[in-house]
Design a protein around this ligand. Structure first.
Ligand code: CU
Length: 143
């Protein structure tokens, strides 16, 4: 099954800067206008090919589902400090708990509920388990 989530896109800073520059230019050049409505038409700044799509995981929603005592996906790649949403689709309580020093831990997530945790800020591979059912294992890759 596919779960479509809306991915929020960030406007590129470059595009905003270009627009601001254009606005500043047009504002300066129209100093001697006599109130006429026919100003010189500003060129439409179509910066179509500004594909500054960086690393795939940045800005996208990071989420883990728990179903049938399994973490989905088994390995999730996130950026440092990312907020990860955990959805428990089982009928029993689970947790997402880092095996190393409890670097992250959702605590109990009741059936049908959602919890969030913050990924470690340091890049690395972090295994986690359900602290209730410790055979449940998943991996968080921070890079
Ligand atoms: Cu569990």
């Amino acid at each position: 099954m596919t779960d479509r989530t809306t991915t929020r896109r960030r406007r590129t800073a470059a595009g905003l800067t270009a627009t601001a520059a254009l606005l500043a230019l047009s504002a300066c050049s129209s100093s001697s206008g006599s109130g006429g409505a026919s100003a010189t038409s500003t060129p439409a700044a179509t910066s179509g090919s500004a594909s500054a799509s960086g690393s795939a995981t940045v800005g996208s929603a990071a989420r883990i589902s728990i179903k049938n005592f399994t973490f989905v996906p088994a390995t999730l790649a996130v950026s440092p400090g990312a907020k990860v949403t955990v959805t428990n689709q089982d009928t029993t309580t689970h947790t997402v708990t880092a095996t190393t020093g409890k670097l992250f831990d959702t605590g109990d997530v009741p059936p049908g509920r959602t919890a969030t945790f913050t990924a470690p800020g340091k890049p690395g591979t972090y295994d986690y388990i359900c602290s209730i059912h410790q055979f449940m294992m998943g991996t968080l890759k921070v890079a």
